[in-house]
Design a protein around this ligand. Structure first.
Ligand code: CTP
Length: 397
């Protein structure tokens, strides 16, 4: 994530989750953002300003009445790219909704004209209270983005209702989206990504599949969310965490993948088909687990449906469709044949025989193949590959 040149005001109010916001301040700073932290008096009871000063390498403001910083709230409100309030307590939300300006943070919220992202974190009863719900509604209507809260344990004990502040990594994904979406042609577009491998049952406990891990597809979904897209990720079985803000649809077989894509494609502005479907399935899957002692097993396999061939006709006009191809050796010509046969805009060509690239790796070296061009990208993390694939999509939108 590259946030260099961006300025973020990070307002912290007095909830126990303030300790987690230190990680957020650090990650934003590492990403290159200039982070100005403003603590309420209550927040400073939980975390000392010095902690944030050390993490952001910038002065931390806590009071309207600090000598020598008489107009700090106006200075701080002047042109940040984004204001984030995390955690936002029930009290802070109430004051902001009322338009009160009785301390530095609420004054700057009133003076600022930049987008605001609030991340509530509080006791679950306090969150459920009608007053808090109404305040959140008011802030949303004013155009503020509200992220969370999540359901999970609170400092005071277990809970099965919303209240807990979402994790710093999730906040970070929303911050990146808030900062990047306004400049991206993908903002507000529906992006459908497929990922992982499908699998076909030989019998109730045995499957045929391939080693695709889903990492490249998940990275694409993450990167599309960061650009402001509404992202649906159709994934074969995978243990990867669901990317923040992305709607996950789980499938197992190629037939299920086909029905999911058939259902979702007509709404999509972009389709990125990163999934590696199982290309064959048993013609007659066994109904019971066959003991090994019965000796050799012969299975007749039949090809699974070609999802792209069966669905692409249903795409909207102007929908950009991207395929993936895994080839051994050069493969550009074969990729071009697939491009034409499947009516794709371009293909991301992976080399299966390249160390550090392809299946189950963190990095990838791909070539973007279109009818008249083949652009080789360097070996890089899959998230970087995703960014470059989406740059290419944006050029074609
Ligand atoms: N694909 C698909 N349905 C399948 C197999 C593949 O939609 N049953 C998609 C993949 O998601 C990928 C593209 O088609 O985006 C190319 O995949 P690939 O496996 O290289 O193509 P195949 O047509 O299966 O070619 P091959 O005969 O080389 O396996």
């Amino acid at each position: 994530m590259n946030l260099s040149g961006r300025r973020v005001v990070l307002g912290v109010s007095g909830g126990i989750a303030a300790y987690k916001v230190c990680t957020l301040a650090r990650r934003l700073t590492e990403a290159g953002a200039a982070v100005d932290v403003v603590l309420t008096t209550a927040a400073a009871e939980f975390i000392r300003p010095l902690t944030f000063e050390a993490l952001t390498k910038r002065p931390v403001a806590t009071s309207l009445w600090e000598r020598g910083r008489a107009l700090a709230h106006i200075d701080l409100a002047r042109d940040p790219d984004l204001i984030v309030v995390a955690p936002a307590t029930a009290h802070l939300l109430a004051r902001a909704a009322q338009g009160l300006a009785d301390d530095l943070l609420t004054s700057l919220l009133l003076a600022a004209t930049t987008p605001v992202l609030v991340v509530p974190g509080m006791n679950d009863e306090m969150f459920a209270h009608a007053a808090t719900q109404q305040n959140i509604q008011t802030l949303r209507e004013r155009g503020w983005t509200v992220v969370g809260p999540a359901i999970g344990p609170l400092a005071e004990g277990p809970s099965d209702r919303p209240g807990r502040m979402v994790e710093p990594e999730e906040i970070l994904a929303h911050v990146e989206r808030a900062l990047r979406a306004p400049g991206s042609p993908l903002s507000g577009r529906n992006v459908l990504v497929t990922a992982g491998a499908t699998r076909e049952h030989l019998d109730p406990v045995r499957v045929i599949t391939n080693p695709a891990s889903g990492r490249q597809g998940y990275a694409l979904a993450e990167a599309a969310f960061a650009r402001g897209a509404e992202v649906t990720l159709v994934s074969g079985p995978s243990t990867l965490p669901t990317p923040t803000g992305v709607e996950l649809v789980r499938v197992e077989t190629t037939e299920q993948l086909l029905s999911a894509v058939e259902r979702l494609l007509p709404q999509a502005d972009v389709l990125v088909m990163a999934v590696a479907p199982a290309d064959f399935r048993p013609a007659e899957p066994g109904a019971a687990k066959r003991p090994r002692s019965e000796g050799p097993l012969s299975v007749k396999l039949e090809p699974t449906p070609d999802v792209l061939e069966r669905t692409l006709a249903k795409r909207r006009s102007g929908c950009v469709a991207v395929g993936f191809a895994l080839e051994i050796g050069d493969g550009i010509e074969r990729a071009r044949q697939k491009l034409e046969a499947k009516q794709l805009d371009f293909i991301v060509l992976n080399r299966a025989d390249e160390p550090g690239s392809g299946f189950e790796q963190e990095t990838n070296r791909v070539t973007l193949v279109s009818p008249d061009d083949a652009r080789e990208l360097p070996m890089q993390p899959k998230r970087e590959v995703a960014e470059q694939v989406l740059d290419e999509v944006e050029r074609r939108l």
